[in-house]
Design a protein around this ligand. Structure first.
Ligand code: MN
Length: 254
């Protein structure tokens, strides 16, 4: 089984090393093609207005001066002679839950793989403590990763779908298990906007996504993580809202 690894935290991210160790338990045909720099929040963006460089670090390790989607695209078109059987994206530093997933480069890299017809899984390690971003513990992902992925290797995936996995911010022994749940949603508007002044006195703004509340009880990915479970959620790109489609069509027939 050929596995392509990518992420949005960049080729040097600790979570990618965790993912390499997880993948090594599944196969010895592992390829890596990941952004050269961190691309968290890049979503599904594709570099259209500038050229992208592909750098080979060693035989099967490549970095791309672009987005996660650029990395998957170049891996499939230029790096690999035959397509991978599986694409794993992550392990992201931080949650990709609820309606945050469209911001996520981690999820979008897996989405790009799914659109190319390849079985794709996004993996994220939730962390809870502020200021821990430099050294978050990946213990839950490292310990449970193989167990979460094994059933996904042979389960049929519907076309153009991916699976989004989040690990709770717990040590491995405290994780209660695995829940297959739907994508949740936050109750309130987007995260924070911090305003500051640069050294020359000009204002800048910096966006944050952390600490957004949600109401438990929806049987969602957000609730599963809150309850101490690993969340497994199938996602697809079709954002059409079917009920509104009918209602809106009726508006135009009057
Ligand atoms: Mn990230």
């Amino acid at each position: 089984m050929r596995i392509l690894l990518t992420n949005d935290d960049g080729i040097h991210a600790p979570g990618l090393e965790v993912l390499e160790r997880i993948a090594a338990r599944l196969s010895d045909d592992i390829w890596i093609c990941a952004p050269a720099e961190e691309q968290s929040g890049a979503g599904h963006s594709l570099s259209l207005n500038r050229p992208v460089r592909l750098r080979q670090h060693d035989g099967r390790r490549f970095s791309v001066s672009g987005t996660p989607t650029d990395s998957v695209t170049l891996a499939l078109h230029k790096v690999l002679d035959t397509p991978p059987d599986l694409i794993l994206s992550g392990v992201n530093r931080g949650a990709n839950l609820g309606d945050d997933v469209t911001y996520s480069g981690t999820v979008s890299a897996a989405l790009e793989g799914a659109l190319a017809g390849i079985r794709s899984v996004a993996l994220s390690q939730v962390y809870s403590r502020e200021g821990m971003a430099d050294a978050i513990p990946f213990e839950a992902a490292e310990f449970w990763g193989e167990q979460v992925l094994r059933p996904l290797l042979h389960t049929p995936f519907a076309e153009r779908t991916l699976v989004n996995v989040n690990f709770p911010p717990l040590d491995a022994a405290s994780v209660k298990g695995i829940r297959v749940v739907r994508q949740g949603f936050h109750d309130y508007a987007r995260g924070s906007v911090v305003e500051g002044r640069d050294p020359r006195g000009f204002p800048y703004y910096w966006f944050g996504l952390h600490g957004i509340e949600h109401t438990p009880g929806h049987a969602t990915d957000l609730e599963a993580i809150q309850d101490g479970y690993i969340s497994v959620t199938p996602l697809h790109l079709d954002l059409t809202h079917d009920a509104s489609l009918v209602a809106l069509a009726e508006r135009y027939q009057q």
